[in-house]
Design a binder for this molecule. Structure first.
Ligand code: PEP
Ligand code: MN
Length: 281
């Protein structure tokens, strides 16, 4: 691996691990910090849902210990006929939920033309797996200060992922969180193969925080809980999962989405694993 290919992202560029701070817009509240002792749990529906479902979900995940809500307003769908997301209306709903609950939000940006708007309103912008090597998009989010959650591409090496992070850093934005979300392999029992090797590898090679998304990484609700525990055990700084009050009615990705009881049960065990390795949630 050529270190010159990602000279800002390399562990050699810094003496300490990067801490990515997400301000919480509540008077006197501490920021949410990625990359420290705390494991940041992010949860929410795949797509932005009705205001009622969004509020119900936000309150349930917050009660169980999640610090950030996720939901896609602009959705990358394999079929052009599948639901494409609510767009700007989705962003409005997320901002409303933040106002009501204090939870910061993560949402995806897919198009360079939307970077201005999404990075203005979101607390963290997500670059989805399919856009990991959309270099114009990486440069555009790099020119903004809003933290970026950079998903690993479906068929990209760890080195390529780090070079994509480098695009963001090199354009002036130091706030990058890497996110492993599974890669394409010959295995069909799962939607993707969650590459947990990537967690200690990325943490050895870079100073950036590393998140794991076991929802997209497995594609099945029953696998989300055990793989989230494994991700925490191997050093993940954050876990991002899909949660919905009734996954069978979710607009997208219901088959890999947890209900509130499943999420709360997982959180209890995440806490236990975190504490066993000297971390907190
Ligand atoms: C998502 O997080 O909703 C998503 C579409 O993820 P990915 O880009 O990893 O498929
Ligand atoms: Mn999804």
């Amino acid at each position: 691996m050529s270190e010159k290919a990602y000279k800002l992202a390399t562990i050699e560029a810094k003496t300490e691990r990067s801490l990515i701070k997400i301000p919480v817009r509540v008077k006197g509240a501490e920021p949410v910090v990625f990359g420290g002792k705390e494991i940041v749990v992010v949860a929410g529906p795949c797509s932005v849902e009705t205001p009622e479902i969004m509020l119900e979900t936000a309150l349930a995940i917050k009660k169980a210990g999640a610090k950030i809500i996720r939901a896609g307003a602009f959705k990358p769908r394999s079929s052009p006929y599948a639901f494409q997301g609510l767009g700007v209306e989705g962003l409005r709903r997320l901002a409303k939920i933040r106002e009501k609950t204090g939870l910061p939000f993560i949402t995806e940006v897919m198009d360079t033309r939307d970077v201005e708007l999404v990075s203005e309103v979101a607390d963290v912008v997500q670059i989805g797996a399919r856009n990991m090597q959309n270099f114009s998009l990486l440069k555009a989010v790099g020119r903004k200060g809003t933290p970026v959650l950079l998903k690993r591409g479906l068929a990209n090496t760890i080195e390529e992922w780090l070079m994509s992070a480098e695009y963001i850093l090199a354009n002036g934005n130091p706030n990058v969180i890497l996110c492993e979300r599974g890669i394409r392999t010959f295995e069909r029992a799962t939607r993707n193969t969650l590459d947990l090797n990537a967690v200690p590898v990325a943490k050895k090679l870079t100073h950036l925080p590393v998140a794991v998304d076991p929802s997209h990484g497995t594609g099945h609700t029953y696998l989300v809980h055990p793989m989230a525990l494994a991700a925490v055990a191997c050093g993940a700084d954050s876990i991002m999962v899909e949660v919905h009050p009734d996954p069978s009615k979710a607009t997208s990705d219901g088959q890999q989405t947890q209900n509130f009881a499943q999420f709360a049960a997982m959180m209890k065990e995440i806490k236990a694993v975190a504490e066993a390795i000297g971390r907190t949630i």
